[in-house]
Design a protein around this ligand. Structure first.
Ligand code: COA
Length: 333
């Protein structure tokens, strides 16, 4: 049987401050009814100033290592849109704070698809023999780039981190990471973006247009693309695995919006009750969304060994990705 990466540990971490819909209503022109009806979100978590993405990543990474019973890995991948600094990557700091100095460590940025890109990268390093154990973390402090005056993005996004440990095994083991379907469409580059601060709009040379250093999203335009791309990607990865949606016990989609998750499930013909959702409690945590949802549903005892899990995400870039795996027996950190 061929060498493959196998998922052997999971963990997550949320910052302490809960921001309810009522907290947003107090400072923005919005209502609890609008947010709940249009997104399915009741609350989200914000890291207060002083707490950064690496702090959340270390919390999730430590929990995943404990769950795996590992004290060391040889590679750390941090998927994030909100690194501690533009340079260097956040992963080397996270590795060193976890006692993993010397490990290969780098960031991946595919916005809300970041965790699946990171998972595919980590699994590829193991399958190719360059690594034996990889810690893949999705971590975001999205509140640090939100425009406090934008009622739509403020209602949706939150902070958090989730992580998994992969180790070398074989493709027939539970937890084996098979083919990942990944894609992008840069024609939608402007639809989900922070305009200022990179090499195109240089903060040192020009003063950005007001608001250009904040995150923006063309929500309505993105909505249908998210549904379509995730549906197509799920079908592609199932076909490659010679599976149908009937074989899927749990659909774990990127927690962007409950209405998107519902339409995705309907499109694929998967009953909505088999579509994992923790969006009401945490909002959209971008690259952290999928491992957070997996950890929460695992903790709730719903996701059990032997269940077949279809993972899919869509995000800025535009990017998308999916994979399917059989859930392994895991201790929780
Ligand atoms: N409270 C009250 N009203 C709000 C609001 C808020 N928080 N946010 C937007 N609105 C208003 C808009 O101004 C608009 O008013 P108008 O009709 O007078 O112009 C109205 O609600 C409808 O806006 P629209 O943008 O069409 O809402 P929507 O139903 O599409 O929901 C999103 C907005 C962002 C929640 C939704 O489009 C979405 O989830 N998009 C995709 C997100 C995604 O998948 N991103 C990629 C991965 S992160």
């Amino acid at each position: 049987m061929s060498r493959s990466a196998v998922l052997v540990g999971i963990g997550s971490f949320l910052p302490p401050r809960v921001v309810s819909n009522a907290d947003l209503v107090a400072r923005l022109d919005t209502t609890d009814e609008w947010i709940w009806a249009r997104t399915g979100i009741a609350q989200r978590y914000y890291a207060d100033p002083g707490m950064a993405t690496s702090d959340l990543a270390v919390g999730a990474g430590a929990a995943a290592l404990k769950s795996a019973g590992e004290s060391t890995v040889d590679t750390v991948v941090v998927a994030t849109t909100t690194p501690d600094r533009p340079c260097p990557g956040t992963a080397p700091l996270v590795a060193s704070r976890l006692g993993l100095t010397g490990a290969a460590a780098f960031d991946v940025n595919a916005v809300c698809t970041g965790f699946l890109y990171g998972l595919a990268t980590g699994a590829g390093l193991i399958a190719g023999g360059s690594a034996d154990r990889v810690l893949v973390i999705g971590a975001e402090t999205f509140s640090s780039i939100l425009d406090p005056a934008d009622r739509t993005t403020s209602a949706i996004f939150g902070d958090g981190a989730g992580a998994v440990v992969l180790r070398a095994g074989t493709a027939d083991e539970p937890g084996a990471i098979g083919r990942c379907d990944l894609g992008s469409d840069g024609e939608g580059y402007d639809m989900i973006t922070v305009r200022a601060g990179g090499s195109r709009s240089r903060l040192a040379a020009t003063s950005p247009e007001p608001g250009d250093h904040y995150f923006t999203m063309a929500g309505r335009e993105v909505f249908w693309r998210a549904v379509q791309r995730m549906s197509d990607s799920c079908r592609a990865v199932l076909e490659q695995a010679k599976m149908t949606t009937e074989d899927v016990d749990w659909l774990v989609g990127h927690q962007a919006n409950q209405r998107i998750l519902n339409r995705l499930a309907d499109n694929l013909g998967i009953p909505r009750e088999r579509c994992v959702s923790n969006i009401a409690a945490v909002g959209n945590t971008a690259a952290a969304s999928i491992p957070l949802a997996l950890d929460h549903v695992c903790a709730a005892g719903l996701l059990r060994p032997g269940h077949r899990v279809l993972l899919t995400a869509f995000g800025g870039g535009l990017t998308w990705g999916s994979t399917v795996l059989t859930w392994p027996a895991l201790a929780r950190g």
